[in-house]
Ligand binder design. Sequence first.
Ligand SMILES: CC(C)(COP(=O)(O)OP(=O)(O)OC[C@H]1O[C@@H](n2cnc3c(N)ncnc32)[C@H](O)[C@@H]1OP(=O)(O)O)[C@@H](O)C(=O)NCCC(=O)NCCSC(=O)C[C@H](O)C(=O)O
Ligand SMILES: [Mg+2]
Length: 273
Amino acid sequence: MPGANERALEKAKGLAADALILDLEDAVAPDAKEAARERVCGMVGEYGDREVTIRLNGLETEWHDADLRAAAQAGPAAVVVPKVNSARDVHNIERALELGGAPDTTKIWAMVETPVAMLHAEEIAAASERLTVLVMGTNDLAKELHAESVPGRAPLLGGLSLCLLAARATGKVILDGVYNDVKDVEGFEAECLQGRQFGFDGKTLIHPGQIEPCNRVFAPSEAEIEQARKIIAAFEEARAEGRGVVTVDGRMIENLHVDNAQRILALAEAIGA
Ligand SMILES: CC(C)(COP(=O)(O)OP(=O)(O)OC[C@H]1O[C@@H](n2cnc3c(N)ncnc32)[C@H](O)[C@@H]1OP(=O)(O)O)[C@@H](O)C(=O)NCCC(=O)NCCSC(=O)C[C@H](O)C(=O)O
Ligand SMILES: [Mg+2]
């Protein structure tokens, strides 16, 4: 949410989002940057249990250093850094956080949103243990690619896949990009579903109306939870009888399907908590 929008920052205290990104970058006009920085850094502790992050201005901008120093002192759950293009960028942020006295609990969320970042996704993701999340910047990526905005996002799928591979290969969380048409609920849900089917852990949002459909699409449904329990029970029974493979509803179930079922139950449990 825009760091200059007091109304939105207040409203966010009652919204059912898992994490908040208080933005100092694109959603804040140049002459409002300093006031937004001060306001946002002062509000980090006001959102209860949710992960509160601050999106800094980009590494090459005149505001970046001051944003990073102020955020390091405020100690949010993470600094969200736009247009990260290399492992060296991550190392520079890491060093600046340390020099700025940031607590160890302040992580780095790297926005990957340029062609260079797509090609360096693995080295970015692996660059630091402090980096815990990759965030797709699909608007900037489309702009850089000269791609058109089309349903299904065909022009972006190569980049999305590269970043997903990088996140999974390095054990990091990855969040899908935003959906700009805040009035198009159907199109938004379709894009959430596509993101989930690809393997994204969640989606970044720009409007309160996007929270409920996003939570619904990304959370395991009752039927999925039930199926996961059935798979685990059937496999345990098969194991007790000395078998390593079993069928559930006509489908083959092996160890790896049990791992997936356990992941679904753990996710449902985390959401419940
Ligand atoms: C997109 C918006 C400009 C739309 O704003 P508006 O027309 O005011 O929306 P509504 O009138 O429907 O608002 C209804 C109420 O909800 C509050 N609101 C609106 N947006 C937010 C929000 N993000 N967080 C919290 N609350 C919000 C309004 O204040 C209204 O409240 P009330 O008065 O009580 O009724 C606007 O939604 C907006 O500015 N969204 C965020 C834009 C943003 O953050 N952009 C930067 C991130 S996206 C990005 O950078 C892309 C990435 O880098 C990439 O490359 O892809
Ligand atoms: Mg961007």
